[in-house]
Design a protein around this ligand. Structure first.
Ligand code: AOF
Ligand code: ZN
Length: 481
């Protein structure tokens, strides 16, 4: 059977069923096809659980000998919490594997494809690669930099205010927009806010529905000002809560640490930089704790610090059809700002939509827009493009005025050639002529709640019976614009 994109579309839909459950692992879906019929399918259902490929194999309705597998991510060839998927694929006698994204995990990074090919399996890479890459921007960033992927989210009025002159901010955006924010909270394992937000609003930052996980709450609080009777502290025994403070605390503040810990708060003592906690050091720490993605909900000073330290990967803005005015009304990004127009941080729009209620949703990736690439695979002939370089998500470009380019992600985005993997020199030399990189333009899309509204593709067999249009974003966190 020739390559058929509808099976990869199905694998992508299956992968999305893992949203909010798999991190810091990737979302992965797999479909096994024989004689034009799905004979097995599955997805990665949770951290530490079997990989999508094995889930698909476990669901087989008949022998997979000579069958084809469609898988959204390169199969792993290493043993982690789970045994290598390449071994399972070989055991089953699968003849062809169609792969979406390559896996930049240094433990995989081309070895999965290489292992399968070494054993005579036909492997076609780059199948719906952009769509598959769009499943895992958080994973790609985290696995290559060991720091969380950061999404800065805010709602503002048409005149760029996030509150009125009196500080009132509930609500700037409408119901639909706020529902989408709840969906985003389900996608990311943690939320971060500055202490100013806690002091001003005393938010709970939790979910009302207990069905799924609640993101961890992280509060940046250099001088440990957080009140012991704040809602966040009062609920810390039930919801994972981290307060990041300076390791050079005053004596008064030091006395507060055991009281916070008694309430269930994890106090992280972080080195200082320019009078504030060093956010890069904090991100390293959170990365060590396997927190792969964070949604930042402000306020303006934290947003500026994250942006100016080059730590933000994407910005999501809800613009409400309202005007507040007022010179003292707060804006989404405060701090020092830049002096010259040419020092502005560049971003590029990847998605926008007018939402019911009139709010405008816009999603931007930090950095200049990458150049358009050729189609990675000729789907007519299913001719694979050779794997040449596998590259991590590029670090956001930080212009002058924005300091501290992320050295670690610069390191990680260094291309790794297939020559580093034994036995693939031929591939590498032919491909490097084309200058093609496997993950050059990872678009960093995250699955959105309404992406599954499209009518399902009609397939011969369906093995996973879960409703694919299920509410993937079931969070109902207290609203805070
Ligand atoms: C997943 N799910 O479906 C696939 C993954 O610790 P382990 O054994 O679960 O290994 C995690 C790594 O396995 C992950 O970083 C990625 O490189 C690879 N593939 N992981 O969690 C899957 N196919
Ligand atoms: Zn695997």
């Amino acid at each position: 059977m020739a390559y058929d994109a509808k099976y990869m579309e199905r694998a992508i839909k299956l992968a999305k069923l893992g949203v909010g459950r798999v991190d810091p692992n990737p979302l992965v879906g797999a479909v096994i096809v024989k004689d034009g019929k799905i004979i097995g399918e599955g997805y990665h259902t949770g951290y530490g659980m079997p990989h999508a490929e094995r889930e698909a194999i476990n669901s087989l309705t008949e022998s997979a000998r000579g069958a084809e597998m469609y898988v959204t991510l390169e199969p792993c060839a290493h043993s982690g919490k789970q045994p290598p998927c390449t071994a399972a694929i070989l055991d089953q006698g699968i003849r062809t594997v169609y792969v979406g994204s390559m896996d930049p995990n240094p433990k995989v990074n081309g070895r999965g494809v290489w292992t399968l090919r070494q054993h005579g399996v036909e492997v076609v890479t780059g199948c719906m690669r952009k769509e598959c890459d769009a499943l895992n921007p958080v994973y790609f960033h985290y696995i290559t930099t060991k720091r969380p992927y950061i999404v800065l989210k805010y709602a503002m009025t048409l005149d760029g205010k996030i509150a009125t002159t009196t500080g009132a901010s509930r609500y700037i955006s409408g119901d639909f927009a706020r529902g989408r924010v709840r969906g985003m909270r389900n996608q990311y394992p943690a939320i971060i806010v500055g202490i100013g937000t806690v002091l001003a609003d005393d938010p709970m930052l939790d979910n009302r529905r207990q069905k799924d996980r609640t993101p961890l709450r992280i509060i940046c609080d250099t001088h440990l000002q957080i009140p012991l009777d704040s809602k966040v502290v009062q609920t810390a025994s039930k919801i994972g809560t981290y307060v990041a403070a300076s390791e050079r605390l005053s004596d008064d503040a030091k006395e507060k640490v055991p009281k916070l810990e008694e309430a269930g708060v994890n106090v992280l003592l972080i080195p200082e930089k320019d009078g504030h906690i060093d956010l890069e050091a904090l991100m390293d720490k959170l990365g060590e704790m396997e927190i792969s993605g964070i949604m930042s909900e402000g306020g303006g000073n934290l947003s500026w610090s994250l942006l100016s330290d080059g730590l933000v990967n994407e910005v999501v803005i809800f613009t409400a059809p309202k005007i507040f005015g007022g010179i003292t009304a707060m804006t989404p990004v405060e701090g020092e700002g830049v002096n010259f127009v040419e020092d502005a941080l560049p971003l590029h729009l990847v998605e926008s939509e007018v939402l019911p209620g009139g709010d405008i949703y816009a999603r931007y990736i930090v950095g200049e827009e990458p150049e358009e690439e050729d189609e990675p695979m000729d789907v007519e002939t299913a001719e694979p493009r050779p794997i040449a370089h596998i590259q991590a998500t590029p670090a956001p470009a930080v212009p002058e005025g924005f300091t501290n380019v992320d050295e670690q992600s610069k390191q990680a985005s260094k291309p790794i050639t297939m020559e580093e993997i034994p036995g693939v020199k031929d591939d590498a030399s032919s491909a490097s002529d084309e200058g093609w990189t496997e993950a050059d333009s990872i678009p960093a899309h995250a699955p959105q709640e309404d992406e599954d509204d499209a009518p399902p593709v009609e397939l011969e067999t369906r093995i996973v019976t879960e409703v694919l249009s299920a509410d993937l974003n079931p969070f109902n966190i207290e609203e805070r614009d």
